[in-house]
Design a protein. Sequence first.
Lengths: 287, 405
Amino acid sequence: MLGKRKREVVVATRETRRSSDNEQPPSTFPELERDIFKKYFESTFEPLPEYQTGTPSLLEDEDNATEPSSEEEEDSDWEGLSEPEQEETTVEVIEHRTFTDDTEEVELRRQQYKTFMTSKPPKEVEPTAKMKPEKPADDEEDAAETLNLKHDLDLQRLLKESHLLEEAKASSTLGSHRHKALDMRLQALGAKGSIFHQEKMPLTHRRGIITKATTREAVRRKEARENGIILERPTGKSNNSRARRERGVDVPAVGKFRGGTLKLSRRDVADIQGPSRSGGRGRRGRR
Amino acid sequence: MSTSQPAVRLSSHKSLTSRLVLATLLGRTVRIDQIRPNSPTNPGLAPHEISFLRLLEAVTNGSHLEISYTGTVLLYKPGLITGSAPGSGASSSGVLRHEIPANNTRGLSYFLLPLCLLAPFSKAKFNIVFTGPGVITSSTEKWGDMSVDSVRTAILPLYAKFGIERDIELRILTRSNPGPRGVGGAGEVQLVFGHQVRLPKTLHLLNPGRVKKIRGVAYSTGVSGSNNARMIEAARGVLNQFVGDIYIFSDMSSASLVPAPEKSNPNAKKKVGLGFGLSLVAESSTGCLYSADAASPPEGGQPAEDIGRKCAFQLLESVERGGCVSLEAAPTVITLMAMGSEDVGRVQLGRDVLASEHVIQLARDLNAFGTAGWGIRDAAGEKGEGQLVLSIVGRGVGNIGRKVG
């Protein structure tokens, strides 16, 4: 609030200076020219910093001076001491404002707070991940590069979605192609599945769809092989059975616990007994 | 849980929680006698110990407790650690409420630290709410218990080194300092420990690194929040010259009201748990943590600046002791290592940490429970001068040994 008021004061200064104390008007030609340039510059860019530091202080004094004078008029028995003095002395107020950008600091602090003051045990914060300094794209080459990239992306999108455009010409429904395009883009960005993928359907339908898809693929591959066309490698279903399955903590390490009995297969038993050595006092295997 | 092995016989009331935790994890019956036999006024088990036994019974299934008439002898047959599975003591939503009586004087970390040791080996996840007129979330001067903040920021991150890191939360719902004469408090804390493992990973922690950042929480309960600012300023005054990266956060809350019926006014309530405190954690470049805690004494009379400075000095002392594990965290780390797979884990400790009373007692207890001995040698290199490398062989039972056998 205080700062705002002061800024207003600063703005007002120039006006008063120009209108009231017109001791040295900017009459000289270079001065005038500079003023025009300055005005033009300020209209397009930021206002230039004010070099005359004395002026805001003067005006503040004036401001201070007017208020007590109005009070004086109300109760006249007290004569202001300050008024004659203030006309003579100019109190120089120098304001040091730091124009450091502390939003970054605040952001960092907020991030630290969020990581540290949660209910979870605190983890490392990576300030580098979010706070990458933006590259100054002043280079002409860089600009061209980015433009090229953008065009590339557009072209790729066009190529990918062109078949939809063809379809859209013929079709009657309006939004469906837009939705399809959106879906494709989502998948390109890494969505798990299509939004058009129906989750629930009768098993017979599902089977039909799957068999149809597999036969179509098989036919395509077969034809390609016959014609000597090299296709992409088949992306079969990823065989996840190899990966270690996360099992419950309460299941036994060996055998199967079912119906209140722990059933050990022959292999399990052999595993426990370990390699049978002569003498029978072999290693006990795993317990 | 039919253990044919004879009961482990121990005596004295010291490090009761760690003994009970070892008994539960290793499935051995334990008989502890001579629990404060010479105290004319309060012989036998203290209120907080009874409360801990109740808690232990709540999170296990099939455990058996016998306490002698005077409370000086305790027999404990452990059961399975079930956690707060719905149906066994916990509510239908799977939250176990544990009420701590008003005559408790220990900080909540007394309950939290052993419980967190049990939780990874549990069948279901732990979800416990500590309530009641005895929950003290701040640190306590008298017992040297750490604050709940320090448990969260300095102890729980250590579990990640053992491969236990998912779904762990320690939520401070209401803060409380010790009440008048250090008795009682009225905080509320929720512990969620949802990562159960078969075996903790083998730990090799040999490089303490250098302290790179300091974090902290200043808390004041029922007193002016300016105490926080004063503590932070005093602590930073000490620490600023050592590390640049210091953030100490401030948390102010009002004191909670507990009913205190009088003859004239049966609905009267009083505020308990007023005070303030500071918890600091220093983290090294290799992720080792050193913590310090200080809180205003219940009788008051200490300015916030003193508390802040004291806490900062304590932190410096903790860093000075060296090693990869601070004094407060050493029992937790050592116990988890001893429960690990049958493999040698190594950890570098400061000489004073290893020689502390708790760690030596823990070593003796582990020996009594029949685990393998420790190997201790001097740390190599000039950086590790005056420090020791402790090698511990894991027991290899983990979570599953008790399920099969």
